[in-house]
Design a protein around this ligand. Structure first.
Ligand SMILES: [Zn+2]
Length: 88
């Protein structure tokens, strides 16, 4: 059993585990590249699927993207809202 292991089963490959790690958040805001280093995210140890904390995303939306309709923005990172994408 791996109940004591941190993180959770990877929703992408379902084989690995997404564990809390520090990484760099990258996104496009108003045609400019936004890069925030040392951000806590859950990263899969098998397929390297990255899932940022939803609270972080919500905070970013409120502080950085305010005034811009969400429909007009296409996040450069995958999130819980867009779990479907292939590989290779
Ligand atoms: Zn995975």
């Amino acid at each position: 059993m791996t109940a004591k292991a941190p993180g959770y089963a990877c929703p992408r490959c379902t084989v690995g585990r997404c564990t809390p790690q520090r990484t760099t958040f990258c996104d496009m805001v108003h045609d400019q590249l936004l890069s925030i280093p040392n951000v806590l995210a859950h990263i899969c140890d098998v397929c390297n699927f990255v899932e940022f904390d939803q609270e972080l995303l919500d905070t970013l939306w409120e502080n950085l993207y305010s005034g811009t309709p969400r429909e007009e923005l296409v996040p450069a990172v995958s999130s819980k809202r867009s779990p479907t994408f292939g590989e290779g």
